[in-house]
Design a protein around this ligand. Structure first.
Ligand SMILES: *Cc1c(COP(=O)(O)O)cnc(C)c1O
Length: 413
């Protein structure tokens, strides 16, 4: 059952009517469901059952402290891509020992902080980065545990902007270079090979690219074990897609079958890095209609949320369902829903059949829990939205709306 149901024509988050939140907190506001977050996390651990993988939530999908704390409380670890994300994880009560660190551009300062904190795994993305990590390890008198992120060179068949495992991608080490790099790492005193990692892309809606990639990576893992590298972890990345409109991604059970089947002969402890699939459908963005605008060519609905609040449509041509908080009857017309930002790409929903929205009405962009608030910016000097977490009949603000004076914090005139 959805955690955002209509009850008597009013859209709810769990048991809370969303207009009540919009009226109390204002708009635009992100609203998340504790039940949806919890269910999504538990579905993963249940689908993998006896394999007992380490589920490292990918922080960049939604880095609100309340969400990090919730996943930490469910036993989750974290997948981070910056020192800032590590600081967030620790501030929210997450464990460094259950955290893995990816990204092509880790600075030595970030590596040092992570190693000192006792991170589980550095997912290393180039030969030079491995040397830098070695230097950091020697400086701190420790061996930094690492996994090479290999590029399995498969097409994940997702939007080209979120494919990461192609031959032309900036991510990971070319597959053929991995054996050699692990061999060279044996001579480095500041690192120790502890695993192998891959991540082929995001919003995967088919299991075949994943099956192909993990087959290759599992084979490499066994080859490296045969070469006496003391690997323990096989990190299969994230990327499981969700339904935004009519996509039919693999279920989490199907995903688990594919992963477990591909990796069963490795004997490795699995690390998973789900982001979107844990939070995407656990959040919505509330917005209020400002104006109707009709031109000879089109109906426009101008809303108070813009691309600075929800970047995905402008960045990835992404689709978010746009629904009224109070259900309406009437004849649908085709509408473009646009934000106030001065950019032609600030179109949040294109050519949607809607009963013509009226000024003052409240709407929600659905499936906005992932890569929504975490990508929000102050472009056009717009304060970023508030965030609310619902739990049953209760709700609380988990991030205040930015105030006008926050816009120039740190600036000097
Ligand atoms: C972004 C990212 C993820 C999470 O991807 P989702 O599609 O949100 O599941 C996992 N691992 C790495 C290395 C990433 O960069």
């Amino acid at each position: 059952m959805s955690s955002f149901p209509y009850r008597k024509g009013v859209l709810h988050a769990e048991a809370v009517p969303l207009p009540a939140i919009a009226d109390a907190v204002g708009t635009p506001t992100y609203v998340y469901s504790t039940a949806a977050l919890t269910q999504a996390f538990r579905a993963v651990t249940e689908a993998f059952s006896d394999a007992r993988p380490l589920v490292c939530y990918s922080v960049k999908a939604n880095s609100n402290l309340a969400i990090l704390r919730l996943f930490a409380g469910l036993g989750g670890g974290f997948d981070i891509v910056s020192g800032g994300e590590l600081a967030r994880v620790r501030h929210a009560g997450g464990e460094a020992a259950k955290t893995v660190f990816a990204g092509v551009g880790k600075t030595q300062e970030e590596m040092e902080a992570a190693l000192a904190a006792g991170i589980l795994l550095f997912n290393v993305e180039s030969a030079e980065e491995l040397e830098a990590l070695d230097a950091v390890g020697r400086r701190l008198g420790r061996r930094a545990p690492f996994a090479l992120r290999v590029n399995p060179e498969v097409d994940p068949r997702t939007h080209r902007y979120i494919a990461t495992g192609l031959k032309t991608s900036k991510f990971g080490v070319p597959f053929e270079e991995a054996v050699d790099l692990y061999a060279r790492s044996k001579k480095l005193k500041g690192v120790r090979a502890a695993g192998l990692d891959c991540h082929i892309g995001s919003q995967l809606t088919q299991s075949s690219p994943l099956r192909a990639a993990l087959g290759k990576v599992a084979g490499l893992y066994q080859e490296l074990k045969a070469q006496k590298h003391a690997l323990e972890y096989l990190d299969v990345g994230g990327g499981l897609g969700i339904t935004y409109s009519d996509e039919t991604p693999p279920s989490v059970e199907e995903y688990a079958r594919v992963v477990l089947n591909a990796t069963k002969d490795t004997g490795a402890r699995l690390v998973l890095e789900p982001g979107r699939s844990l939070v995407g459908n656990a959040g919505v963005l509330l917005t209020r209609v400002l104006y109707r605008k009709q031109t000879p060519a089109k109906h426009f609905t101008v809303v108070d949320a813009g691309m600075n609040d929800l970047l995905r449509p402008a960045l990835y041509e992404a689709h978010h369902a746009f629904v009224p908080l109070l259900k309406r009857r009437g004849k649908a017309v085709e509408v473009d829903v646009v934000g106030p930002v001065c950019e032609s790409t600030d179109v949040l929903a294109k050519a949607r059949p809607l009963v013509l929205p009226q000024a003052g009405e409240l709407y929600a962009f659905l499936s906005a829990g992932a890569y929504g608030m975490s990508m929000a910016s102050n472009y056009n000097s717009r304060p970023r939205p508030a965030e609310v977490l619902v739990d049953g009949e209760a709700w609380r603000v988990v991030r205040e709306r930015e105030r006008t004076e926050d816009l120039w914090r740190g600036e000097r005139a």
